[in-house]
Design a protein around this ligand. Structure first.
Ligand code: PLP
Length: 381
């Protein structure tokens, strides 16, 4: 089996599963309980928080646990809107965000907020000039993804940060769900970024766990109100086995980051260099500069994406159409639409998404199967 759908989700690492199980069996008290079992659980919770903070070079009280990327994105967008509603009601984002951002923005729009979606070029990238032009006196949030989940474009976070230095009151949020462990940490954590969203299941932690980084002194209103866990900012009994597992997963992810990034880039290039030679192939992702090492999106012109996905599946190779969220809904990719890709080509898009465990041998196997399928599709067409 070759699993090339790591942007949809990753397999829980055995070490992480072991932590999850040990904590579930042995440290199952509620961190809020006053007795010794509660204290042990609380200590592990805070130890996990510190471990994550140390790995990212931030302060432990700047880390807030959530249920994943969707919650993190919802929280920063709506939490900013509520917190800063008396200062302004204008929010800026890009035309290529994950639905966790765009649907949160749309919900706010229906409540009277004003949303600007920055357009993108043919590589799916915003322009800094457009960002600068969009900023208004009533702008309260700029939210930009670090890595596009459909085609892997890196957004110019550092340049956007330089612009936003002139507007210190605006919250600056990065959706880094696809960006962690991909060699771009210094961009994600520069000194102008206020909030960052992460999701555990994209780096071998279990589903349903994630965290946000919130810079000290920056406030957003809580969305999950209740018992006040997470310093009154996010309520709900903590998912301690998953939190401890996620801390371990992050350590494993960042341990050999440069080597892992290189490995993914090499595998990506092995596929890129092969498929891009074919006449009827449209590449959306570029080979290297400006793109993440783990996502490759392209189309076999005239063949629907889901047909190609199922054809690869016959050979036990698992890929996807552009994103896991949109693939079952038969909607066209929002990123490719924003890039003004003609509909007939956009519906042919497929995504190969990698992990450090993937090998060049797997890429070569993929290429062999690609040759067979391309020949089959050419005959049919
Ligand atoms: C860029 C991006 N943001 C947010 C999310 C949502 O994360 P989760 O699946 O943890 O809710 C995803 C998931 O694919 C994503 O790719």
């Amino acid at each position: 089996m070759i699993y090339f759908d790591n942007s949809a989700t990753t397999k829980v690492a055995p070490e992480v599963l072991k932590t999850y199980q040990t904590v579930s069996e042995k440290i199952w008290g509620n961190p809020s309980s006053l007795h010794a079992m509660g204290e042990t659980a609380f200590n592990l919770l805070e130890q996990s928080r510190k471990q994550i903070a140390d790995l990212l070079n931030v302060k432990p009280h700047e880390i807030f646990f959530t249920s994943g990327g969707t919650e993190g994105d919802n929280w920063v967008v709506k939490g900013t809107a509520i917190e800063k509603r008396t200062f302004g009601k204008h929010l800026i984002t890009t035309a290529v965000e994950h639905p966790a951002i765009t649907n949160s923005m749309e919900q706010l729009r229906r409540l009277g907020y004003d949303i600007t979606y920055l357009p993108v070029d043919k590589e799916g990238r915003i322009s800094i000039k457009d960002l600068e032009a969009a900023i208004r006196p009533d702008t309260i949030l700029v939210s930009i993804m670090a890595v596009n989940n459909e085609i892997g474009t890196l957004q110019p976070i550092k340049e956007a940060s330089d612009v936003l230095k002139k507007y210190p009151k605006i919250h600056f949020h990065i959706d880094a769900v696809q960006g962690i462990g991909k060699g771009i940490q210094s961009a994600i954590f520069n000194d102008r970024v206020d909030f960052v969203t992460f999701s555990g299941h994209k780096f071998h932690a279990p589903r349903g766990i994630g965290f946000i980084y919130a810079r000290e002194g920056r406030r957003i209103a809580p969305l999950m109100t209740g018992g006040g866990q997470e310093k009154n900012q996010r309520s709900g009994t903590e998912n301690l086995p998953a939190i401890a597992g996620m801390a371990k997963a992050l350590r494993l992810l960042l341990k050999d980051e440069p080597a892992n990034v290189k490995q993914q880039q090499t595998v990506k290039e092995t596929i890129f260099d092969h498929v891009s030679k074919f006449k009827n192939v449209t590449m959306f992702t570029q080979r290297n500069d400006g793109f993440a090492p783990h996502i490759l999106c392209f189309a076999i012109n005239g063949v629907r994406g889901e047909t190609v996905v199922h054809a690869f599946e016959r050979y036990n190779i698992f890929i996807s159409t552009t994103s896991a969220c949109s693939s079952k809904k038969q909607v066209e990719s929002s990123t490719l639409a924003a890039m003004k890709t003609p509909d007939d080509i956009a519906t042919s898009a497929i995504r190969v998404s990698l992990d450090a465990d993937n090998t060049v041998a797997e890429a070569e196997e993929f290429n062999k199967v690609f040759d067979k399928l391309y020949a089959e599709f050419s005959k049919l067409n």
